[in-house]
Design a protein. Structure first.
Length: 373
C-alpha cells in the first residue's frame, strides 16, 4: 500500500494536531499491508517547508511542495484541481490529517475531522478555522472514509453531515510510552522555571473555547481559602481572542509558561496537584489522558467526549457543567483539600495505558483498507 499523508501540522510549534501526526507516523509504517508498502509525507506550504524532513521518522519519505497553503485552500474550496497525485505522484491512499482533503486524484481519500467547533461554536474559533465551514464539506464529498478521534465527534459529524454517516471510522488518540517514565519534578526544577511547588494546571492553547475566563472566575471564588492559595499555571502558547482578565487575582497566583517542548510539558503535568479542563468543546481531550498517565487527578467540563475519554470511575476525574464557575471552584477545592484514595493514581495510570498510538495507527490502517475496498 502506497500511502501519502499531510504532515503540515509538524511544521512550526506543534499543537494537538501536530502531536497527533507526529505520534501516528512512526506507528503506521510497520502496519501497512504489502511487501512494497511506502509512507510518504507532504506539506503543501511555503512556510517552514524545510523543517519537515528533519521531523520525519526513518523510512518516511518527504515530498513537500512549495505552494502557498492559502492559495491551495482557495482552489480546493472551489474546484477539483490541483489533485494530490498531480502534485505528489502515484498514491493508493491520501490522508488529510487536519480537516482538509485535497482532490485526491487517482488515490482514495481519507480525512480526519477532529471536532466541529467551527460549525457549532464559530465565535470561539479563529478566522482560519471558520474557513472550515466551506472546506470540510468538500473534504467529506471527496473522502472514501472519514476518521474522527472519538465517538462523540463521530455522532456530531453524522448529525451535521448525514451523507457521511456511513463512512466514519473512530480512531481514538493515544498516550506515548514516555509518559509512564516521567518523574515528578522536585522543587528546584520547578523554581528554575518560575513555577511553584504546588499548582493547579491548565494545558492547551489560550483561546475562547478553552473557557479560561470560567477557570479564572473559579480562582477568584476560591480567594481566602486554602485551595485559593494554590497558584494556577497556564501551560501553552497564546492563541487568539480577548486578553484574559486577571482582576481580583493576587499577583503571582496565575503563571503563564508560554509554549514549551514536550519533555518539559510532561514533567510539569506530572507535578500538578490537579489538572483543570474547563473547555466548552473538544474533539478528544488528550491532556486528560496525559494527566492520568502520570497519576494526576482531573476536574473537567462534563461533555460527551470527556465522559468517553475518562470512563465511568469518579476517582479518575470530577465533572462539572461547562461554564459553571461555582461548580468548578467547588470541585477544585474538594480535589485540593482531600487526599487521593489509596490506589487512585495507579488506577488512572492503568486506564491511560488502554490508549496507545499503536492502537490509533491500527485503526487508521483499517480506515485506509476500507477506503481501498
Amino acid at each position: 500500500m502506497l500511502v501519502g499523508l499531510d504532515a503540515t501540522p509538524l511544521i512550526g510549534r506543534r499543537t494537538g494536531i501536530g502531536r497527533y501526526v507526529g505520534q501516528l507516523l512512526p506507528e503506521l509504517l510497520p502496519l501497512l499491508p504489502g511487501d512494497r508498502s511506502e509512507l510518504i509525507a507532504t506539506a503543501f506550504t511555503l512556510r517552514g517547508r524545510g523543517e519537515l524532513a528533519g521531523r520525519l521518522p526513518d523510512g518516511v519519505a518527504d515530498r513537500s511542495r512549495a505552494v502557498p497553503a492559502r492559495l491551495l485552500h482557495e482552489a480546493w474550496g472551489r474546484a477539483e484541481l490541483p489533485t494530490v497525485t498531480s502534485l505528489v505522484g502515484r498514491l493508493d491512499v491520501f490522508h488529510g490529517t487536519n480537516f482538509v482533503l485535497p482532490p485526491p486524484g487517482r488515490a482514495r481519500g481519507v480525512v480526519t475531522v477532529h471536532d466541529l467547533a467551527y460549525l457549532h461554536s464559530p465565535s470561539t474559533v479563529s478566522a482560519a478555522s471558520q474557513r472550515l465551514r466551506r472546506l470540510v464539506p468538500r473534504a467529506l464529498d471527496r473522502a472514501a472514509v472519514v476518521c474522527t478521534p472519538s465517538r462523540a465527534v463521530a455522532d456530531e459529524l453524522a448529525e451535521a453531515y448525514p451523507a457521511a454517516s456511513g463512512r466514519i471510522e473512530v480512531t481514538p488518540l493515544g498516550v506515548g510510552a514516555e509518559w509512564a517514565d516521567t518523574p515528578v519534578p522536585d522543587g528546584g526544577w520547578l523554581a528554575a522555571r518560575g513555577l511553584p511547588d504546588r499548582y493547579v494546571l491548565f494545558v492547551g492553547t489560550i483561546e475562547p473555547r478553552k473557557m479560561l475566563p470560567t477557570l479564572l472566575a473559579a480562582k477568584r471564588a476560591l480567594r481566602g481559602t486554602t485551595a485559593g492559595d494554590v497558584p494556577l499555571v497556564l501551560l501553552g502558547p497564546a492563541g487568539w481572542g480577548p486578553q484574559l482578565d486577571l482582576t481580583g487575582i493576587p499577583e503571582g497566583q496565575v503563571v503563564f509558561t508560554g509554549y514549551l517542548e514536550d519533555d518539559e510539558v510532561r514533567r510539569i503535568v506530572a507535578g500538578a496537584a490537579v489538572l483543570a479542563f474547563p473547555s466548552a468543546a473538544e474533539g478528544f481531550g488528550l491532556p486528560l489522558l496525559e494527566a492520568f498517565a502520570v497519576g494526576v487527578p482531573v476536574v473537567a467540563s462534563d461533555l460527551p467526549v470527556t465522559r468517553e475519554v475518562i470512563g465511568d470511575d469518579p476517582e479518575r476525574a470530577t465533572l462539572v457543567p461547562p461554564g459553571d464557575a461555582g461548580a468548578l471552584a467547588e470541585a477544585l477545592r474538594e480535589r485540593l483539600s482531600t487526599p487521593d484514595p489509596p490506589g487512585a493514581a495507579d488506577a488512572r495510570r492503568t486506564w491511560a495505558r488502554r490508549f496507545t498510538w499503536a492502537r490509533t495507527a491500527a485503526a487508521t490502517v483499517r480506515a485506509y483498507e476500507r477506503a481501498l475496498s
